[in-house]
Design a protein around this ligand. Structure first.
Ligand code: ZN
Length: 556
C-alpha cells in the first residue's frame, strides 16, 4: 500500500505501517485526507504491484547509510533515531524501500485478496501536539470467500452500531461540546437501565449481598491513602479546591468508599463474608482518542461489589461469584464465554505465599465449576490475581465485561481488621468484582448484540396499539388502560393509514403490535402482530397477556 501511495502521490511522507489484530494500516503525512476515489486508485495500483510480482528483499545496513536513504522521509528519520544498535533492516520491492524489522512475504504476488477499508486521522506518535497523519486501514485474506465474509461482517457491524441505533431509537445522546464521553440517557434508554438495575439489585439481595450507596467525591486525602493519586492519577479528573481549605476529588473507583463503611465499626469474624454491592458512578479521564460512543466513556456506573472475607472463605466466594456472573450473562442472551486467569505480574505487592494461595483459590473455583480457562501469565493486577470473563456477541465479537479480582493491598493500606475466633485482630481479604462492567458499556453491547431488537422484558415499549381508523381510537384508549397495568404500552392515534402505522412500529422495533378494527370489536378478539414476523392471529386479551408474561418471565 505504501508503495502504491508513493507512486501516486510522491509528496506524501511515510509514517508507520504495522499489521494489527484485524488487518493493517499505514500512516501518511499529507494535509488533506484521502478521498474514496483516491482509495480506489490506490487499490488499483496495489493490484498492479501484486501482478508485477517483485521479489521482496531484506537489506541490512548501518544507521549512517540508512540516514542517506531516508533523507526525504522526516518521520522515518525520527524512528531511525529511536532505534537502538548500529544495524537496521530495510525491505525492498521494485523501486520501493522501507525501514522495517520484518519479516515480510517473499514476493508481492503472494498477496491475494485485499480491501482498503477506511481512512482516519491520527496524531504522529499518538501525540496531540504533533503532526496529524492520514491513516489508511486495510485487510487481506488468502481466499476471496474469506474477504467476502469479512466485508459482510463489517456491513452487519455497521448496521448494529450502537451510536447509530442509539440515535435512531432515541435511547441516549452525548454532547461533546459540554463534555466528551458523558452519557445522557433518554427516557427510552433510561427505562431499560431501570429494568437492568432493578433486576441486578433484586438478584444481589437474593444472593447474600447488601446494597450500599457512596458519594461521588471525597477529600483528596482519601485518594492519597488509597494510593490512587500515585498510581492512577493520569485517569483522574483534576482536584477541586474549595475555600474551606479542602480539595475534593471525583471518584474513579468505589473501593475506598466501601472500606470506609467497613471501618465505621468493629468487625467480628462472625460477620464475614461481607458482600456489599453498589451501582457506583465513577469518573475517569480517558484520552480523547479512545472515547467511543457509550462503550468507552468518562463517566460511567460500575455494577461494583466488594467482598470482605478470610482466606479460607475465598474459594467458596469465588464459586458463588462465578455462578452469579453466568446467571446474569445468560439472562442477557450471552451463552459463549472465554475465561482468563491472570497471574502475578513483575511488580506486585503482598507475599508470594498469599499470591499462590489466592491464585490456587481462583483456579480451584474454576475447576469446581468445570470451566475451561486460559492462563494470562503476569497479567494480574499489582494487588492480586484475577479472573476475566469475555462474552461473545452474535457477531462473534468478544467483549470483556466481568472481572473477579483478589486484593491483599488495599485492606492493608487502610489497616482494616476483624476480630478472629482467637481474639486476635486479623486483616480480611477483599474481592473486587463487576459482572456487567459498567451500565453504559453493557448497554452499548446489548444494543449491538440485539441490533436494537430488545427482548420483551427489556423493550422500552412492549406493545403498540394501532387503531385501524380514527373510529376505533376510544376503544383503543380503553384497551391501553387495561394493558398498561402489566406492560409498557404505546398507542398510535395519528390519522395515518394502518400500513404506515405498522411500518413505523416496525422501525421503532416495538416487539408486539395490537391492531383493532370492526372485526376485532365484533368478535371480542385482537389482532396480534410480532415485530419482523408479521401477523400471529386473533387472540383474546387474556391470551395475549398470558403469552407476553411467559416471554417476560423467561427473558425470551
Ligand atoms: Zn474495587
Amino acid at each position: 500500500m505504501a508503495q502504491a501511495v508513493k507512486r501516486l502521490f510522491p509528496d506524501v511522507k511515510l509514517g508507520i505501517g504495522p499489521a494489527i489484530d484485524k488487518g493493517f494500516y499505514y500512516d501518511f503525512y499529507r494535509k488533506e485526507p484521502f478521498t474514496p476515489e483516491e482509495l480506489e486508485m490506490i487499490e488499483e495500483e496495489m493490484k498492479r504491484i501484486i501482478r508485477e510480482n517483485y521479489k521482496i528483499e531484506r537489506i541490512e545496513m548501518s544507521k549512517e547509510e540508512a540516514k542517506e536513504i531516508l533523507k526525504n522521509e522526516p518521520f522515518k528519520l525520527e524512528i531511525l533515531n529511536d532505534i537502538k544498535g548500529d544495524i537496521v533492516s530495510f525491505y525492498k520491492q521494485g523501486e520501493f524501500i522501507d525501514l522495517c524489522e520484518g519479516p515480510h512475504l517473499n514476493f508481492t504476488g503472494e498477496v491475494k485478496f485485499f480491501k482498503l477499508l477506511s481512512v482516519s486521522s491520527s496524531y504522529w506518535k499518538g501525540d496531540e501536539k504533533r503532526e496529524s497523519m492520514q491513516r489508511i486501514y486495510g485487510i487481506s485474506f488468502e481466499t476471496e470467500e474469506e474477504l467476502r465474509n469479512y466485508l459482510r461482517f463489517i456491513e452487519e457491524a455497521k448496521e448494529r452500531d450502537h451510536r447509530i441505533l442509539g440515535k435512531k431509537l432515541d435511547l441516549f445522546s452525548i454532547h461533546p461540546e459540554y463534555g466528551p464521553g458523558l452519557v445522557f440517557w433518554h427516557p427510552k434508554g433510561a427505562i431499560i437501565r431501570k429494568i437492568i438495575e432493578d433486576f441486578w439489585k433484586d438478584i444481589h439481595l437474593k444472593n447474600g449481598y447488601e446494597i450500599v450507596y457512596t458519594p461521588h467525591i471525597a477529600d483528596i486525602s482519601l485518594w492519597e491513602k488509597s494510593g490512587h493519586l500515585s498510581f492512577y492519577s493520569e485517569y483522574m479528573f483534576p482536584k477541586m479546591e474549595m475555600d474551606e481549605n479542602r480539595a475534593y476529588q471525583l471518584k474513579p473507583m468505589n473501593c475506598p468508599f466501601h472500606i470506609q463503611i467497613y471501618t465505621s465499626k468493629l468487625r467480628s469474624y462472625k460477620e464475614l463474608p461481607i458482600r456489599w454491592a453498589e451501582l457506583g458512578t465513577v469518573y475517569r479521564y480517558e484520552k480523547p482518542g479512545v472515547l467511543h460512543g457509550i462503550l468507552r466513556v468518562r463517566g460511567f456506573t460500575q455494577d461494583d461489589a466488594h467482598i470482605f472475607c478470610t482466606l479460607e472463605q475465598l474459594e467458596e466466594e469465588i464459586c458463588k461469584i462465578i455462578d452469579l456472573v453466568y446467571f446474569f450473562l445468560k439472562s442477557f442472551g450471552f451463552t459463549e464465554y472465554r475465561v482468563f486467569l491472570s497471574t502475578r505480574p513483575e511488580n506486585f505487592v503482598g507475599t508470594i505465599e498469599n499470591w499462590e494461595k489466592a491464585t490456587k483459590a481462583l483456579e480451584n473455583a474454576l475447576k469446581i465449576k468445570n470451566i475451561n480457562y486460559e492462563i494470562d501469565p503476569g497479567e494480574g493486577v499489582f494487588y492480586g490475581p484475577k479472573i476475566d470473563i469475555k462474552i461473545k456477541d452474535c457477531l462473534e465479537r468478544e467483549w470483556q465485561c466481568s472481572t473477579i479480582q483478589i486484593d491483599f493491598n488495599i485492606p492493608e493500606k487502610f489497616d482494616i481488621k476483624y476480630i478472629d475466633k482467637d481474639g486476635q485482630f486479623k486483616t480480611p481479604i477483599m474481592i473486587h468484582r463487576a459482572i456487567l462492567g459498567s451500565l453504559e458499556r453493557f448497554f452499548g453491547i446489548l444494543i449491538e448484540h440485539y441490533k436494537g431488537n430488545f427482548p420483551l422484558w427489556l423493550a422500552p415499549e412492549q406493545i403498540r396499539i394501532l387503531p385501524l381508523t380514527d373510529k376505533y381510537n376510544d376503544f383503543c384508549q380503553d384497551l391501553k388502560k387495561k394493558f398498561e397495568t402489566k406492560f409498557r404500552v404505546g398507542i398510535d392515534l395519528r390519522s395515518e393509514k394502518i400500513n404506515k402505522k405498522i411500518r413505523d412500529a416496525e422501525e421503532d422495533k416495538v416487539p408486539y403490535m395490537v391492531i383493532v378494527g370492526e372485526k376485532e370489536i365484533k368478535e371480542n378478539k385482537l389482532s396480534l402482530r410480532k415485530h419482523t414476523k408479521g401477523m400471529l392471529g386473533f387472540f383474546t386479551l387474556e391470551e395475549i397477556e398470558k403469552k407476553l408474561n411467559f416471554e417476560i418471565e423467561n427473558k425470551m
